[in-house]
Ligand binder design. Structure first.
Ligand code: PHE
Length: 344
């Protein structure tokens, strides 16, 4: 007579054969559902005990449990093996060379114009100068009039001006109007400060001129301030900025707000291959305008020109940067081309 347990043995044999045929994890999981899922064959075999003749139930139950445990452990062994194999294949295809150098994290950096401004602040801080910031949108009065350039003064043409839609307001064409603000705030006390900031000029953009650029103004006011102090300050600055051997050349010039007015050139190192091109063959480069503060300007700032004197200068930090690094196109500064900016 056929034993009910024979069905269990057949089920075991079939299940093990199918398990052996499963080549990957998904196939194994499908196998598991087929036998151990809610409607799985193993479940069905277990609950079939009710239909087994009474005298065979005990042995059927035992056998059913043995088959269940055997299949479960065969399944978990096969699953472990499949996982290990797939890990091994992915490791083999995804080789990791732990000796490779790491990828450097890209760090941000300061814009070259900011860097040179900070260099300038540091040098003047050592010379005892404070930093004073003033308005970029200025009144016509401060940008011109109080700097000794009344309306229709021909010297106004030295600065091509952007006017705003508000009458009497301009984008400052230089940092000099800050002189008046600082003097009005400080008079009658002495002043030793630099005034950095953005200036605007309505010019055709070219390799040499931009419509916006930085200037650093300097202003010293006090009793007994002389041209020699101006010369000493500028020489100390130029040597810190451009090297200890640099020479300065002073040429007379004209600005309405200084008297006398000068322009200052710096000699360019003879061994620099760009020397001829940068200095147009002269060996000298203009780096700033300066002079003794005009008595009218001192008076406009609230000082008594019979008691105090002062000197002022205005320099272009971007121009200095161009000199230092032989950059021949000022437009590079605001184009934000990373290939240019990354060099600094
Ligand atoms: N403001 C002048 C300019 O922009 C420079 C300058 C400043 C000259 C201070 C003399 C004194 O050209």
């Amino acid at each position: 007579m056929a034993e009910a347990t024979d069905d269990l043995k057949a089920l075991e044999t079939q299940a093990l054969a199918e398990l052996a045929g499963c080549s990957d994890e998904p196939a194994l999981r499908a196998w598991n559902t087929k036998y151990f899922g809610d409607k799985g064959l193993m479940k069905a075999a277990l609950s079939a005990i009710g239909k087994v003749p009474k005298e065979q139930r005990a042995s059927y139950g035992q056998e059913a449990n043995r088959v269940k445990v055997a299949l479960e452990s065969a399944y978990s062994a096969a699953l472990d093996k499949a996982k290990e194999e797939s890990l091994a294949t992915s490791l083999a295809s995804d080789k990791l060379d732990v000796t490779l150098p790491g990828r450097p994290a890209r760090r941000g950096r300061l814009h070259p114009a900011t860097q040179i401004l900070r260099d300038i602040y540091a040098i003047f801080a050592d010379l005892g100068f404070q930093v004073y910031r003033t308005n970029e949108v200025e009144t016509d009065e401060l940008n011109f009039e109080l700097l000794n350039m009344p309306e229709h003064h021909p010297a106004r043409d030295m600065w091509d001006t952007f006017f705003t839609t508000t009458p009497g307001t301009v984008l400052r064409t230089h940092t000099s109007p800050g002189q008046i603000r600082l003097m009005k705030e400080t008079a009658p006390h002495p002043i030793r400060a630099i005034l950095p900031g953005m200036c605007y000029r309505n010019e055709a953009i070219s390799t040499r001129s931009e419509i916006q650029f930085f200037q650093v103004e300097g202003l010293v006011v006090g009793e007994g301030v002389t041209m020699a102090d101006l010369k000493g300050t500028l020489t100390a600055f130029a040597r810190r900025m451009f090297g200890p051997d640099r020479q300065l050349r002073i040429r007379s010039s004209y600005f309405p707000f200084t008297e006398p007015s000068i322009e200052v050139d710096i000699d360019w190192p003879k061994d620099d291959p760009n020397r001829d091109r940068l200095t147009k063959g002269t060996g000298w480069l203009e780096i700033l305008g300066a002079g003794m503060v005009h008595p009218t300007v001192l008076r406009n700032g609230g000082y008594d020109p019979d008691k105090v004197t002062g000197f002022a200068f205005g320099m272009g930090p971007q121009r200095m940067l161009m000199l230092k690094h032989a950059i021949d196109d000022i437009r590079l500064f605001w184009q934000n081309d990373l290939r240019f900016l990354r060099q600094f």
